[in-house]
Design a binder for this molecule. Structure first.
Ligand code: AMP
Length: 540
């Protein structure tokens, strides 16, 4: 017997309709390229999202055709987040930090018909335009202008009548949005999100034990809207009617801190690199910014080191919320709150737990597959993390590549090597390809990196495997020092020796000016491994 609940489909038009009915006066603030502020209300945003849907509907596109964006976090991008899916089309957010080859490949592979491009990114077009087949390119600009040969987004909107918009009834499993993986191995692959996945992800993200976002919040996603839907924050914030602050192209610590203070932001989110910058700025000028409204800084994308979580709390009274996710998980998978079971744990233990990747969100299930079956939840046995749930990908878009990432019983193989403890906290030890195997024992590069980054002189650290005759592989530390800071290899290795077994310590530390990063801000270890593949400490 089936239940008799009505057949209500979870779709983005339903989310937009809610925003229109309930949150009209709430504010959305954007930092423009010239650093001035654009302010408007949810009512303005809904009206313009509808205009966009109407205008796109008049271009002769077919249902589920892809509309790409190359843009910073701004109000026009937010309009596309809703206007495109509400027109029955698929929003394809593209990362401008990718190479021209990858950009051309992704646009072609996704079959994008229209591109909405930020005025600050137009120069990128030259590198791939003749390799892709787009019907229209609209420029998102502050003053509505567009360079010659391109069309204006503002003109597109001004020619559209929002009264012609009718809330459509889509099936909730229709495609709404897509993102490509950053492709550190092989070609980038497309994750295609359904309306239902985004709606459920937004509801779950808003839960107190996940990100805990409510109408009273002021949310500033620093994580770009071109990177896995800015962790879903534009959708979640719109669902609950939170004020939104969009930092535009200004991701320097000073601009971000100004926004946090002036707009009384309560929740912000970004990768560790951004927060290292913010921490340094705060350390230089303690008390210069009034941040008493800020109740959570969500850090993810790479591990938030314990040292950083402590430093924010102890030196600035600021709370880090560590979160884990992936392009294939829409993206939020787990969030790290200290649960009531740990109420009596000593402070050090609580900090240690907070540096873990956390407990899976509602309806996300986790397991770790080891060499001999699934790893026990004992906080020690390691295995590759597999996840399943209503917003976890079941396949990649239009390719046979990567089918081995999906198990026969419906789980996604993440490529992250983890332990899971008795309370369900997942802790990433490494990526499968980044683990170091020395004399038959696994060494976690992440654990060593976190310890290196807790040293006062270290700005950033990566630990990679270098081939070595006797042991197969040995760890090498690659370190960027903070400006003006000094230390030695011996000092760093003895710092590590306090927390790690002797056999797992790096044989050497290389000091560099910069560690290369992927388009999504992660240390590009592949490039480091290539650079140091013939390395032996004796050569120094
Ligand atoms: P992406 O699909 O580009 O978002 O990358 C997903 C990958 O980033 C995951 O599989 C992890 O390896 C890594 N990642 C994301 N969040 C964290 C985190 N909090 N700690 C460590 N690694 C993370």
């Amino acid at each position: 017997m089936k239940g008799l609940t009505s057949d209500y489909q979870l779709t983005l038009p339903a989310m937009l309709r809610r925003a229109e009915a309930l949150y009209g006066p709430k504010e959305i603030v954007t930092r423009r390229p010239d650093k001035s502020f654009h302010r408007y209300t949810y009512a303005d945003f809904v009206r313009r999202a509808k205009k966009l849907a109407v205008a796109l509907g008049e271009l002769g596109l077919e249902k589920s055709d892809r509309v790409a964006t190359l843009a910073w976090n701004n109000h026009q991008h937010l309009e596309a987040y809703f206007g495109v899916p509400c027109a029955g089309l698929v929003l394809h957010t593209i990362n401008p930090r990718l190479s021209a080859d990858d950009l051309a490949y992704i646009i072609d592979h996704a079959g994008d018909r229209v591109l909405l491009i930020d005025e600050t990114m137009v120069k990128l077009l030259a590198s791939f335009r003749d390799r892709v087949d787009l019907d229209h390119i609209y420029v998102l600009s502050a003053d509505g202008s567009a360079p010659e040969g391109l069309e204006s987004y503002e003109e597109l909107l001004s020619g559209a009548d929002e009264e012609r918009f009718e809330y459509p009834d889509f099936a909730e499993d229709d495609a709404a949005a897509m993102c490509y993986t950053s492709g550190t191995t092989g070609r980038p692959k497309g994750a295609l999100y359904s309306h239902r996945a985004i709606c459920l992800h937004s509801m779950a993200s808003a839960m107190t034990d996940m990100l805990g976002i409510a109408e009273r919040d002021v949310v500033m996603p620093i994580v770009p809207m071109f990177h896995v839907n800015a962790w879903g924050l534009p959708f979640t914030s719109t669902l609950v009617g939170a004020k939104q602050v969009l930092p535009g192209p200004h991701l320097d610590p000073e601009s971000l801190l100004e926004n946090l203070a002036n707009e009384k932001v309560t929740i912000t989110a970004g990768v560790p690199t951004i927060f290292f910058g913010i921490l340094n700025k705060l350390d230089e000028n303690p008390g210069a910014y009034q941040l008493s409204s800020l109740r959570a800084m969500i850090i993810g994308g790479s591990a938030a080191p314990e040292g950083m979580i402590r430093a924010f709390a102890e030196r600035h009274g600021l709370h880090v919320l560590h979160a884990w996710g992936m392009t294939e998980t829409t993206p939020l998978g787990s969030v790290c709150h200290v649960s009531s079971q740990l109420d009596d744990a000593p402070e050090d233990e609580r900090y240690r737990v907070r540096a873990k990747q956390g407990i899976p969100g509602a309806f996300i299930e986790v397991r770790a597959r080891g060499d001999e079956g699934f790893a026990a939840w004992d906080g020690e046995s390691m295995g590759e993390l597999e996840v399943r749930g209503p917003w976890v990908s079941g396949a990649y878009f239009n390719t046979e590549e990567g089918t081995d990432k999906f198990t026969e019983d419906g789980w996604f193989r993440t490529g992250d090597i983890v332990t899971i403890d008795e309370n369900g906290y997942v802790e990433i030890q490494d990526r499968t390809k980044d683990l170091i195997k020395s004399g038959g024992e696994w060494i976690s590069s992440v654990a060593l990196e976190n310890s290196l980054m807790s040293h006062d002189a270290v700005a950033e650290a990566a630990v990679i495997a270098v081939p070595e005759e006797q042991w197969g592989e040995r760890p090498l530390g690659v370190v960027v020092l903070k400006e003006g800071a000094e230390t030695t290899e011996e000092d760093l290795i003895s710092h590590l020796a306090a927390h790690h077994p002797k056999w797992s310590l790096p044989d050497a530390i290389e000091f560099v000016d910069e560690i290369p990063h992927t388009a999504t801000g992660k240390a590009l270890k592949m490039a480091l491994r290539e650079r140091y593949k013939d390395y032996t400490p004796a050569e120094r």
